[in-house]
Design a protein around this ligand. Structure first.
Ligand code: ADP
Length: 389
């Protein structure tokens, strides 16, 4: 069924002239992606270039409206996508999205490229949020999202009003970990009401697209979506907003670190990644953009056998603590590889919420205490003065 609806959309779009390219929008290659899911939600990617993003907006709207008129389509999200301008190297962040709230769709917009690395460009302001902290990792699968959720819950347990923003567009797992489903409400069609999961205000790209919808995320799209989530979600009042970063240290991550007014970053790593220096790249990335490192966390640090209670340091526990010492950074704590942590977080029942007094939750409380301490310290430190040649 979806296929026919998709075909009908395509033939409808073939009737729209592309003013820049002189052909119809399908023939001109303007449509770089089109999916229709079981619920009749159509997602369309409209190609543009960073400098033409604003100019392409009317065409995007026209495409959205045309698709909305096709029988079987319940909702349309047409988004602008843009590659980085040729010739601009990595480390250059997108500027504010050339765009636009897409009415009901809340889809990300394309954006233009901006200032060079090292500068902190006009970041989107998030009123009513005292501190945004990033949870980052050198690579995927090290337990970054699990830490982000349990850290947010442990901060909440300390009496802080806490929220979590899932910026891990490549694998948005926060909805699953908090047991959240369905799109967030938008009573006026502009502001987004965050979902509440175990008391946390939560927002995720995973709530906007189906979990199995393949979407190609280019840097500017990520930035556009994130800007929208930061600016248009009713976060206030919050003491802390935990930002679950996409794994890795590439351009997308760097531009988030540049654009979002971060109070600091927590780097999570497994013992073997510290050895492989993946986490060090994360440190270097935040340093480059002058975001203070609140500390390192070692995840899956050791394994306690659920049968015999014996402890095995499978990956050579302690690497992150040594590394932190060497780098003069706070070591926030070590979390063991714990079967309950895995089962509970994958079931939407995070251990700190469900069993706050348990042994498995204890490391997260320690880490949260360290984060609060580090935050206080970085706030007291005077801003560094940088003299450029
Ligand atoms: P990332 O965000 O780094 O990709 P996740 O937080 O999604 O990683 O974790 C990857 C998998 O590892 C998940 O199934 C999660 O439940 C599991 N996991 C994370 N931390 C632990 C831990 N301390 N003990 C056991 N399993 C864990």
């Amino acid at each position: 069924m979806s296929r026919t609806v998709r075909d009908q959309i395509l033939s409808r779009l073939a009737g729209i002239r592309d003013p820049e390219r002189g052909r119809d929008v399908v023939a001109s290659g303007r449509i770089s992606g089109l999916t229709v899911d079981e619920a009749g939600i159509a997602r369309i990617m409209v190609e543009t270039t960073p400098d033409r993003a604003a100019a392409t907006e009317p065409l995007r709207r026209e495409i959205e409206q045309a698709a909305a008129g096709v029988a079987g389509v319940t909702r349309v999200a047409a988004v602008l996508t843009a590659e980085r301008t040729p010739g601009r190297g990595p480390g250059q962040a997108p500027r504010r999205a050339a765009g636009h709230s897409h009415g009901h769709s809340h889809a990300p917009a394309g954006s233009a490229t901006g200032p060079a690395a090292g500068q902190r460009p006009s970041a989107p302001v998030v009123p009513g949020v005292t501190a945004i902290i990033a949870v980052a990792s050198g690579k995927g699968g090290v337990g970054k999202s699990t830490l982000a959720v349990n850290l947010a819950l442990a901060l909440q347990a300390r009496g802080l009003k806490t929220g979590i923003l899932d910026a891990d567009v490549y694998g948005p797992s926060i909805p699953r970990m908090l047991g959240l489903q369905g799109r967030p409400d938008s009573p006026d069609g502009k502001r987004i009401t965050p979902k509440i999961g175990w008391g946390l205000k939560a927002m995720s790209i995973g709530l906007m697209v189906e979990e199995d919808t393949p979407l190609i995320w280019r840097g500017p799209m990520v930035q556009g979506a994130l800007d929208q989530f930061l600016r248009e979600t009713d976060w206030a009042p919050l003491d802390v907003l935990v930002l679950d970063m996409p794994p890795g240290t590439g351009d997308v991550q760097l531009s988030i670190a540049q654009r979002v007014p971060l109070a600091g970053a927590v780097i999570v790593s497994t013992p073997q990644d510290i050895a492989l220096l993946d986490a060090r790249k994360g440190l270097a990335m935040f340093r480059k953009v002058e975001v203070p490192i609140l500390g390192l966390v070692e995840n899956m640090s050791w394994f306690t056998c659920p049968h015999c209670g014996g402890r095995s340091d499978i990956f050579g526990h302690g690497g992150a603590r040594d590394e932190a010492l060497k780098l003069g950074l706070p070591f926030l704590g070590a979390v063991p590889l714990d079967l309950d942590v895995r089962i509970m977080s994958d079931e939407g029942r995070p251990v700190v919420a469900v069993a706050p007094e348990s042994e498995a939750a204890a490391p997260y409380h320690t880490i949260a205490a360290g984060v609060v301490e580090s935050l206080g310290r970085v706030r007291r430190e005077p801003p560094r003065i940088i003299i450029e040649d």
